[in-house]
Design a protein around this ligand. Sequence first.
Ligand code: XIL
Length: 378
Amino acid sequence: MVIAAEPAALDAVERTTLPSHSAASLTRRSLLRSGAGALAAVAGAGALRPARAAPASVPFGAAIQFEMFDIDAAYRHAFRDECAIVLPMNELKFGLLRPSREQFLFEPADRLVDWALSNGQRSRGHTFVWWSTNPDWLEAITDEAEAERVLVDHIERTADHFRGRLESWDVVNEVMAHEPGGRDGPLRDSFWLQRLGPRHIPLAFGTAARADPSARLVINDYDLEFAGDRYDRRRALTLDLVRQLQDAGHRVDAVGIQGHLYSHLKIDREALARFGRDLKVLGVGLLATELDVIDFQVPGGPDEIDEAARVVVSDFLDGLFAGQRPEAVIAWGLTDRYSWVPDAMPRADGSPSRPLPLDRDYRPKPWFADVRQRLTQG
Ligand code: XIL
């Protein structure tokens, strides 16, 4: 599959205006050309670090929902106390931000982001391009040029509005087919794919890079951590997408592994570690963006459910850290009280799902302590 690039003239502009944190992806090409250069770069990087500095913690974060933030003080306090990163879960999705073509409903996300920043926390953006949660007025557009204008305008205005407040953006979310290489093509059949073809991906990255040169640009997807052919294909295709974007001159700063962990499946720690190493060679970082545990196939009571969660989370972190140091580990919510998991995949026995680090009464699960400890080790 080839994702066509934007015009070379635009790529050239981007290359000259890349912010400093993209140096890694730029130097990759020069490093590959010269082994000596690579050694010098490694030595130089080491020299910048103070001797025997304690490794900094990998930040923990969580996605927050405006409706609950607004009414539930215990919910707010949990995010304030537990997180280094707090991001709007739904408020920046196309359909919520743009109920009509003229509207940009920035207020809920503004309030969440400003609240996080006022607590000394950081925030990030989710997401510009997704197959889901698109408004009817958008999906009614049939003309390719118009769809392109809307996408570019959407990214420009939204990224510009939050410039300096969001450290990174999930530029595209779930653009891979659920089963690439099976019956599906490599990319997910979405509004954007139908109207613009695969080039919607580089178009989104190029536009985001120009609109907020200081934000890190992330490609975000799911099912990248388990053992099996389908997951191998999804890891390989993600690497392929990253390489194609880079070869077309685009900046990709990190891959977001959503980390919706099915606790009845096996994590492929070696494959996940290899994936992280392969990305590192490409100068691309890695983070977990939507960690939670999907326990609908695990029989038993809370203790059995939490033990299965502990194993899957621990194996996931093993694989993640073995590849490269993750930029962050972010949960998709914080308390079992509010989660998409029981809506999408309820437990057959009717008992409550236990997907998140805190239970319904805001008590931490044992596995949350393990996560904390792992992140503190850096
Ligand atoms: C989910 C939210 O958690 C729900 O509140 C919402 O109703 C639907 O979307 N992958 C993603 C997220 O990238 O945006 C989804 O979030 C969960 C799956």
